[in-house]
Design a binder for this molecule. Structure first.
Ligand SMILES: [Zn+2]
Length: 246
């Protein structure tokens, strides 16, 4: 048997993996770089599964997106799950990312009673891992809640406070108080429960949740381009007048 001959079972494994990624909302470039399947086959698979052609364009390369308020909370939550699975299971590579993303998505669904859609898309989650691997990002521990949050590499960790303990000053200045309240409260409780799970918390999560519930922050970023979700169909757009969360 020559090495050129393609293994059928391996091919099948890759198709299953590609299918899983596409169903999670992965961009075609991501699937292409993680499997040995041809672009043509992937494009065909994408169309078959999603019922439309794969979107074109560049992948989201901005590191700054992960630093904005709501994306930072969600990214930190996802990365907490990712690290937990990396430590506790034998999963690795993209399969680890896929499993972590599934758990993150389930967590968002639980916190929003099944009506919320994740702020972090699969492609952003995949990029996040790459940014960590290339040491462009680091984790910084919040001095208040002790949770670990995504931050720029080499950022000063001294006296660092997270986006939950110190919400941005624009919090509460936007419309839709009822919708915003449920969004921020659910995000804060999920993030605080996950990010502070590995260490003793000096601030009870209920206090953090209350702190956020008292504000009516909608998660609007100062820079709309940097904070905009890359996948409008599945991401929570804070500026969307018709949010997915009731
Ligand atoms: Zn904190």
């Amino acid at each position: 048997m020559t090495t050129n001959k393609k293994s059928v079972s391996r091919d099948a494994d890759e198709i299953i993996l590609a299918k899983e990624m596409i169903m999670l909302g992965a961009r075609l470039q991501v699937v292409e770089s993680e499997t040995a399947l041809s672009r043509e086959r992937l494009a065909k698979l994408y169309r078959e599964l999603q019922g439309c052609a794969a979107p074109k364009g560049m992948l989201p390369f901005s590191v700054d997106w992960y630093m904005t308020w709501m994306p930072n909370i969600h990214s930190s939550m996802f990365y907490g799950i990712y690290r937990f699975l990396a430590r506790e299971t034998h999963l690795e590579g993209v399969r680890l990312t896929v499993r972590a993303y599934r758990l993150y998505r389930n967590q968002v669904a639980c916190q929003t009673h099944g009506v919320g859609t994740p702020t972090l898309s699969f492609t952003r989650a995949w990029m996040l891992i790459r940014f960590f691997e290339s040491r462009m990002l680091q984790l910084s521990a919040c001095t208040q809640c002790k949770g670990e949050f995504v931050a720029h590499a080499h950022a000063i960790r001294h006296n660092y406070m997270c986006a939950i303990c110190r919400p941005p000053p624009r919090a509460g200045k936007k419309r839709r108080p009822s919708a915003a309240k449920s969004t921020s409260a659910s995000a804060s409780s999920s993030a605080s429960s996950l990010t502070s799970s590995s260490s003793a918390s000096s601030t009870p999560s209920s206090t953090i949740s209350k702190q956020l519930s008292d504000t009516t922050f909608t998660g609007v970023d100062p820079d709309p381009a940097a904070g905009a979700p890359d996948n409008p169909a599945t991401a929570l757009d804070p500026s969307d007048p018709n949010p997915h969360i009731a």
